[in-house]
Design a protein around this ligand. Structure first.
Ligand code: FES
Length: 119
């Protein structure tokens, strides 16, 4: 299970590590796992925990989630979450949402933004 995200200002990864339209899963020293997705210059972060069975979405790859056309796919039962708000548009937990972790881009790095509400 995931804990709380790191404090605001913590470095997540380099912006260049997340390809446009793709995802990157970052595991912090305390075990907290964060999904980062990117569309153009915008990045979005979510706790790596599917709303269906509370497991990480990335069954087959330690460092990335499966993505398709601006959505994140859980590799267990294919819940499909939108990049921009984490809302589940299809699958067993349709209508629920991933827990957001606000991110910002600073000097080529993705950092935890202020206002993180994830617990
Ligand atoms: S655990 Fe993610 S869809 Fe079932």
């Amino acid at each position: 299970m995931n804990g709380a995200p790191p404090p605001a200002g913590s470095i997540v990864c380099a912006f260049a590590e997340v390809a446009d339209g793709n995802s990157h899963v970052v595991t912090f020293a305390d075990g907290f796992e964060l999904i980062v997705v990117r569309t153009g210059d915008a990045v979005f972060g979510y706790v790596n925990e599917c709303k269906h069975l509370q497991v990480g979405l990335n069954l087959l790859d330690d460092h990335a989630c499966e993505t398709n056309a601006g959505t994140i796919l859980c590799q267990y039962h294919y819940a499909t979450y939108r990049f921009e708000d984490g809302y589940c548009i299809a699958g067993p937990c349709q209508g629920d949402s991933l827990t957001p972790v606000p991110l910002a881009v600073r000097a080529g790095r993705i950092v935890i933004a202020t206002g993180s509400a994830a617990k």
